[in-house]
Design a protein around this ligand. Structure first.
Ligand SMILES: [Fe+2]
Ligand SMILES: [Fe+2]
Length: 285
């Protein structure tokens, strides 16, 4: 892909996203009935397992300062870049700043839910957030095509998780929160999927090899950092009716299929291999 068409395509995706969603939003303090939450919880079938799932999701979302600084490190505009690269990075950051604000609100909304629930000690919650928030985060990839594939996968996995958890609970405030969050994650996944499709359309066999590596090494964010992550991941799965984050690989397989069907070259067989890998990583039905 020439730098010009690559730049145009990226710029188009950023503009499309912001044009469609710039005025979309909600108020984390005013749009949820926080005051009614303790009574609503008492009337609901919510268990400690569900609240523990909300808490782990909140800790993962609350690491947004770490995710944001990594995206800024990787896309900041510095003197050594060509003009085209500098401009492309600047366009990417238009999306990144918006995305970061939305993710920060996810963390805050989940925190507000726990704080208003009456089921968490306020000081202990703060201590947990400080302890987890102080751990330093490193992005899993430095190469943009790999990082975008990774992020599309984790946005899809998170969207599916919030949808499944929503189906598993009957408390209306949490259901409203999870609806908002899953809608945001679906939009984020859509944006990163466009970047993955561009890489699949225009990349060479080397790009496909990079994407295979990103699939192979995929782990959910903070899986190697959060205390007792393994136990917490099992709790999250049980709380959401057996949700499996590997469903995101099936989504990825379908993305590749869209491009692979139009190819017959060596690159076409590389795409088929990438699809086969995504299929092997997805849960078997
Ligand atoms: Fe999020
Ligand atoms: Fe997201």
């Amino acid at each position: 892909m020439s730098t010009d068409s690559c730049l145009q395509s990226l710029q188009c995706h950023v503009e499309d996203y912001l044009r469609a969603y710039d005025s979309l939003g909600y108020n984390r303090f005013l749009d949820f009935d926080w005051q009614a939450l303790p009574d609503s919880l008492a009337r609901s079938g919510i268990t400690e397992l569900h609240l523990a799932a909300v808490e782990t999701a909140m800790v993962v979302e609350d690491h947004i300062p770490g995710y944001a600084s990594e995206y800024q490190r990787l896309f900041h505009v510095e003197g050594s870049r060509t003009d085209e690269e500098a401009w492309m990075r600047r366009q990417t950051l238009h999306f990144v700043f918006r995305w970061v604000a939305e993710e920060d609100r996810h963390a805050h909304v989940l925190e507000l839910y726990l704080r208003h629930s009456g089921r968490r000690d306020a000081a202990a919650l703060t201590a947990l957030m400080i302890r987890e928030g102080q751990k330093s985060y490193r992005a899993p990839h430095e190469i943009p095509s790999q990082l975008f594939a990774y992020t599309a996968l984790q946005e899809k996995a998170t969207q599916l998780y919030y949808s499944c958890l929503r189906q598993a609970v009957d408390e209306p405030v949490l259901r409203q929160v999870l609806l908002r969050l899953s809608q945001d994650e679906a939009r984020h996944c859509g944006f990163f999927s466009h970047l993955v499709l561009d890489a699949l359309h225009d990349g060479d066999l080397g790009t496909i090899a990079l994407l295979k590596e990103a699939l192979h090494s995929f782990r959910m964010p903070l899986s190697d950092m959060i205390e007792n992550y393994k136990r917490k991941a099992i709790q999250m799965m049980r709380a959401a009716g057996g949700y499996d984050y590997r469903e995101a690989f099936d989504y990825f397989r379908r993305l590749v299929k869209r491009v692979a069907e139009a190819r017959t070259s060596a690159r076409g067989s590389g795409l088929i291999e990438l699809m086969t890998l995504a299929q092997a990583l997805a849960p078997q039905r």
